[in-house]
Design a protein around this ligand. Structure first.
Ligand SMILES: Cc1ncc(COP(=O)(O)O)c(C=O)c1O
Length: 404
């Protein structure tokens, strides 16, 4: 018998550029748990483990779809009834939309991936905010395209720096990503800023990717859809049941392509790519109709609960020595900043905090901020009591860490 020698089979180069700190850091947390310290996971933006419940009428819609044997593949853009519900919802929000320009996707994530796959070639550039939700940079790395970071400014409530963004536009720029309300900062952008961003995209002939997955979770009420400010602008809008409808595991999302004929070829390209993945999860598509046509009253209490957590979070971090935090206006994230001792990084702080207290946050550089900036992201979905305990632990740890 031939003797087998072990040598690792090759992995594609592109994987080296694919990083996703939010999940990568869990490997460290597992080691801490294995050493006997329980970990409080404040790294992933999933409301389910914190007791937030999916609305019952959504669950019933999925259950009914399964019992009615809607368990086969759907058309690749998704079932018509749900695409109609998405189109009507956008139209009601001031973005006249037809079902033919809607695709149902496996979460916002797949929508983003389909679009970037359809519009960027190797070497093309896409403007991405810093800090950013890291899927954008990860997908661009996979495609061999370049994420070009535009600044958002903590001194101005994490608003985009429009002049900086303008200075980054080149003939290779294909798209601009706008995440509003924002993960990881919790910022909500004013209309003037949004209009300036639309204007830049119009002038330079680039696509605007409007990530609106937190659009209904701004504490003062739903944020208008970006495309409603100019329905003829080249905007593609994304959302899902993951956040506002509390069902992230269902992978039920959608995108709507703006009505401008300039996006017709992009829409056709996305449909072509979508054919290759057959469809998004079928029974969950029925819940999209239920969500967008049914009772949305859960949003009122959800926003109140998030606002209370945001206020506690901001107050507690700003009361800690060496720490400051911009007040979030939507979603369930805050991005505090710790004053780092010379030579230390945000990752050093987050790992030391994890090892000493079992509290798991994500370092800001995982979202594209400078490692020396001292930013880190907190997911504040735990109860107020639990958050209070967690913030006691962070305050105690930070005092000691800064004293060394
Ligand atoms: C800004 C942003 N976009 C997209 C996603 C992905 O959401 P989905 O579950 O709809 O794929 C997330 C998830 O945290 C997010 O924060």
């Amino acid at each position: 018998m031939a003797v087998q020698t072990f040598s690792s089979l090759p992995v594609a180069q592109r994987v080296h550029g694919f990083t996703y700190a939010i999940r990568n850091i869990v490997a460290e947390a597992r080691k801490v748990e294995a050493a006997g310290r329980p970990v409080r996971y404040l790294n992933i933006g999933d409301p389910s483990p914190f007791g937030f419940k999916t609305p019952a009428h959504l669950i019933e819609a999925v259950e009914r779809a399964m019992r009615d044997q809607h368990n086969g593949y759907t058309p690749s853009p998704g079932i018509l009834a749900a695409r109609e519900a998405v189109a009507d919802d956008f139209t009601a929000r001031g973005v006249p939309t037809i079902p033919d320009r809607v695709l149902l996707t496996s979460g916002t994530s797949e929508g983003i991936e389909l679009t970037l796959g359809a519009i960027v070639d190797e070497g093309n550039e896409v403007l991405v905010p810093t800090p950013t939700y890291p899927l954008y940079t990860a997908v661009l790395a996979k495609l061999g395209a370049k994420a070009v970071y535009y600044r958002t400014d903590p001194a101005r409530g994490w608003q985009p720096d429009v002049d900086h963004l303008r200075s980054l536009l080149t003939p290779s720029t294909r798209a601009m990503v706008i995440i509003d309300p924002n993960n990881p900062t919790g910022a909500v952008y004013p209309s003037e800023t949004r209009l300036q961003l639309i204007d830049l995209a119009e002038r330079h002939g680039i696509v605007l990717l409007a990530d609106e997955v937190y659009g209904d979770l701004a504490y003062d009420g739903s944020v208008p859809a970006l495309a409603s400010l100019n329905p003829d602008a080249p905007v593609i809008s994304y959302s899902s049941l993951s956040k506002a409808y509390l069902a992230p595991g269902w992978r039920a999302g959608w995108l709507a392509v703006g009505r401008t004929p300039r996006l017709d070829a992009v829409l056709a390209a996305m449909k072509k790519l979508a054919d290759g993945r057959l469809c998004s999860p079928g029974p969950m598509q029925y819940a999209i109709t239920a969500a967008l046509r049914g009772d949305r009253s859960h949003l009122i209490s959800l926003r109140q609960e998030l606002r209370a957590r945001a206020e506690l979070t901001t107050a507690r971090f700003n009361a800690m020595d060496g720490m400051r935090c911009v007040a979030p206006k939507g979603a369930f994230y805050a991005m505090p900043q710790v004053t780092l001792p010379p030579g230390r990084t945000d990752e050093d702080f987050v790992l030391a905090l994890l090892r000493e207290t079992g509290v798991l946050c994500v370092y800001g550089s995982g979202f594209g901020t400078d490692p020396a900036g001292g930013f880190f992201r907190v997911v504040f979905l735990a109860s107020l009591e639990e958050l209070s305990e967690i913030y006691d632990a962070i305050a105690g740890f930070t005092r000691g860490w800064l004293a060394h």
